[in-house]
Write a protein that binds this ligand. Sequence first.
Ligand SMILES: C[S@@+](CC[C@H](N)C(=O)[O-])C[C@H]1O[C@@H](n2cnc3c(N)ncnc32)[C@H](O)[C@@H]1O
Length: 521
Amino acid sequence: MSKQTSAGRPSQPPRRTGGKPGRSGGRDVPQPGRSREGAGNRPSGGRPIAVDPARTVAYETLRAVTERDAYANLILPGMLRRARLRGRDAGLATELAYGALRGKGSYDAIIAAGTDRPLAEIDPAVLDALRLGVHQLLHMRVPPHAAVSTTVDLVRSVSGSGASRFANAVLRRVGERDEAEWMAKVAPDEQKNPDGNLSVRYSHPEWIVRALRDALRGSGRPADELPALLTAHNARPAVTVAALPGLSDVDEIVDGPHAQVGVLSPVAALLKGAPDDVAAIRQGRARVQDEGSQLVALGAANAPTVGPDRGIWLDLCAGPGGKAALLAALLSERHAAGLVGDDAELVAVESAEHRAGLVQQSLAAVPAAYDVRVRDGRTLGESEPGRYDRVLVDVPCTGLGALRRRPESRWRRTPSDLTSLAPLQRGLLESALAAVRPGGVVAYATCSPHPAETNLVVDDVLRGREDVERLDTPAVLRDLIGSRRLPDSDDLMLGDGPAVQLWTHLHGTDSMYLALLRRRA
Ligand SMILES: C[S@@+](CC[C@H](N)C(=O)[O-])C[C@H]1O[C@@H](n2cnc3c(N)ncnc32)[C@H](O)[C@@H]1O
């Protein structure tokens, strides 16, 4: 292990010039899996440095997110496969990468307090490694000496010994306090700057802290739930599976060591192990899907129509196809039961071609009639007015309700995203209302709880319209949930309607919003 160079604040290592540390194929970059046998890297011709594969994969993930704007949830599975990491090693790599990305706001404040230079002047490749080290020191049960030495080795292997001495000094300083002590030192004063305090303590940008407080108030929840919500965004979500009706069922999935029944959704199971361990998932008969998303699709399929439902259904924003697969399975089940005729079909519209390809894949295992179209959903209402019995419109949004699943997204979004998507959201809802037949149902959904993307959009579009009624969404969801209950409460906390806002800290789901609407017959 390197030695700390000075008793005071660590000084800045020389910034690397030329080449991009951390880029795949770069000079000193450890390749995932290469160092499994301890071969390690030899940056300066000295002793080989063994960098363990899980930390290497986590580090490479952070570098890709920082340098290439990659999405951790999209690149990590491939990196784990290439490094042949499974089981506990894969779990460690994931926890390290996701934890460091989520905790960046808090960790950067701590790192800044441990050096005499501004963060902006630290080599980004070294800063990413420090974030991994701080996460291990303050949030994981990694022994402090291992957290420091593995990070220092990592820094040496990618940036050389000057940088590794700097990293060693910073991390030793960080290790002198626990997280609570660091927060007391670096978070702004709670009285003078409450949002700044929450921002640093819970590692969320300040504008998101404010937006989520507005969201709680806007849906009738007390603002003092905010710390619980922010905490829930930093917890690793359970892996939830939807057993596709007619193809699989919850009993099949929980019959074995890998799963237990879900909490609210009648088709949900919670996985204990990896999705690949479950045969129904490998065969496309069950899918990894948040319980909130399951309830949205089930609500869209079960809201009461006026007049018979012929099974002509539309998913207007279908990619990547999670809810479309559940809708198609429900449709196929109803067809098998003779509840809908042979002309029943799910039309799945998606404007992005590659995402339409994912919809196609997600529907492949379902024996329903479906038609995937690459198209702007805003044109459907005009081209097929009044055709559909049911329309799900799960609009593009900020994703503020799914921050726990996309660890870097909180740092990428900007306040203007809250309003810039509004015209598209309104246009899609208007198109959905035009495409549904009189007596048919439109389900407007977002994975954001912010009023600018939820109630305000619905209110705006319905203003002055007599031909649309709001259905009692809590009642529809209560029917689906049946006797299931939240672990600590008899109250399902679905609110007074007419729409439903689910909350991560209350329901354990993504904070999904659902408004069920019906064209008057
Ligand atoms: C929130 S996602 C839908 C998630 C999907 N319902 C699921 O459960 O897998 C919104 C989708 O709408 C797509 N989209 C954006 N603008 C669109 C438009 N004008 N017409 C149709 N789809 C659009 C996006 O590409 C994105 O795939």
